[in-house]
Design a binder for this molecule. Structure first.
Ligand SMILES: Cc1ncc(COP(=O)(O)O)c(C=O)c1O
Length: 404
């Protein structure tokens, strides 16, 4: 069983106010940082915040820390380091990717996007179609549930499909899409498959290689690390894409889509993310396997804890018949609930939660097209992380009973 109090003890924020007494449920927006990440970050900024990879000792330490940060993430993901791009954010990574693919598509090619996605994985493809003359095709959600039916993809996927962009888990519907299976369909027509894993990774540490996407992206600031975006690309994509980096860097695969040169100290601090998962693994006696396997095992414990403590909330949402985008009790749901009730507004729910010191938010969360497809402007999102407790969930259910 997951030791939530031990996990919380690794986060300095919870030892102080206001975070100590607030139940934080805006984790799909961004998560807290454990001490191991903060220590690495602070050490970099304090001791060697200079241009890295120089000959002086400070520059050497900075370069070494960045290399170690990249190596840590590649090992946690179980991917070759040459295929790992670390950029400032997922939005930026996807935008750079779309620019890189622009030369490979044109009139006659088709690009499929979904209206379940965050705008980061829609807008760049819409713009790509506008600038290249490729045809944009939509894979629509069910307007009642907000869910995508994989069978509907067959209606839009053709031999002309060049790119399919979709989310692994929507930040509102919060149900895992069968991306492994869809990758096969997209590859059968020789298309590139781009997956937004931002709302999946905090709950399901991604098995990127098995999924087999040509680009799998997620945001490290939602998985207890600094504000960065990770993107793992296939060899096929990196070999054909038009590089978006300086010409002298373009020969190195992992630099091809690094157009921005993100925060050096943040990359160094990823080492602390590895230490955090290691500490949790040791505490929970997870010793078998390599770093990838241990990271996944810790992530599975986290998810199990989240879904276990969320169960009373799920039961209540079902009993009260409150509309939840993606449905409340779907078997492939991660612990993230976007409430769209009719009797009371999303904003009022959030205000009442805040009065009980529960942090949540009412918004479309940049999934504006999903909200519109479901006929709502915003939802009250209650998104869990492994450091949430059953007592906090009691506070949420008490509020919901009182407010509805
Ligand atoms: C599902 C999803 N995709 C993409 C993004 C964009 O990520 P970033 O903020 O790193 O650009 C977000 C951010 O909230 C998100 O929730």
């Amino acid at each position: 069983m997951f030791d939530v109090q031990f996990a919380r003890s690794l986060f300095p924020a919870f030892e102080k106010e206001p975070a100590g007494s607030w139940g934080f449920f805006e984790n799909a927006g961004g998560s807290y940082l454990p001490a191991s990440v903060l220590d690495r970050y602070t050490e970099f900024l304090t001791d060697f915040k200079v241009q890295p990879y120089g000959n002086n000792p400070m520059a050497r330490r900075a370069g070494d820390a960045m290399d170690e940060g990249r190596e840590t993430l590649a090992a946690m993901l179980g991917v070759p380091i040459d295929r790992l791009t670390i950029g400032p954010s997922t939005t930026q990574n996807l935008n750079t990717l779309a620019h890189g693919l622009a030369r490979l598509v044109g009139p006659g090619d088709e690009v499929i996007v979904t209206d379940q996605d965050h705008e980061a994985n829609i807008g760049c493809w819409v713009r790509l179609c506008e600038s290249t003359g490729a045809t944009l095709r939509w894979w629509h959600v069910d307007p009642v549930t907000g869910l995508l039916d994989p069978a509907d993809l067959d209606g839009v996927l053709t031999d002309n499909t060049a790119i399919v962009a979709m989310t692994h888990v929507s930040n509102l519907a919060a149900v895992e899409n069968p991306v492994h299976m869809i990758a096969k369909k997209v590859h059968a027509v020789q298309g590139y498959f781009v997956v937004d894993g931002v709302s999946a990774a905090p709950h399901i540490w991604p098995d990127v290689e098995t999924i087999g996407a040509d680009a799998y992206t997620f945001s490290l600031y939602k998985t207890y690390a600094p504000h960065l975006g990770a993107m793992v690309c296939s060899d096929r994509l990196l070999d054909t894409i038009s590089p978006q980096a300086h010409f002298f860097n373009a020969k190195t695969p992992w630099k091809r889509l690094d157009a921005a040169g993100p925060d050096h100290a943040a990359i160094g601090a990823i080492v602390g993310l590895g230490e955090f998962f290691d500490t949790l693994a040791i505490h929970h006696e997870i010793v078998e396997g390599d770093r990838t396997a241990r990271t996944r095992a810790v992530s599975a414990l986290m998810r199990n804890h989240e879904t276990t403590i969320a169960a009373p909330l799920v039961n209540l949402l079902v009993d009260l018949d409150i509309r939840v985008i993606g449905t409340a009790d779907h078997p492939d749901k991660v612990a993230n609930f976007a409430l769209a009730p009719t009797a009371v507004s999303a904003r009022e729910i959030v205000e009442r939660l805040e009065a009980a010191k529960i942090a949540a938010k009412a918004d479309h969360f940049y999934a504006a097209r999903l909200a519109a497809a479901c006929g709502i402007k915003r939802a009250a999102r209650i998104s869990f992380a492994h450091y949430n407790t059953a007592e906090e969930v009691d506070r949420i259910t008490d509020v919901l009973v009182a407010v509805t």
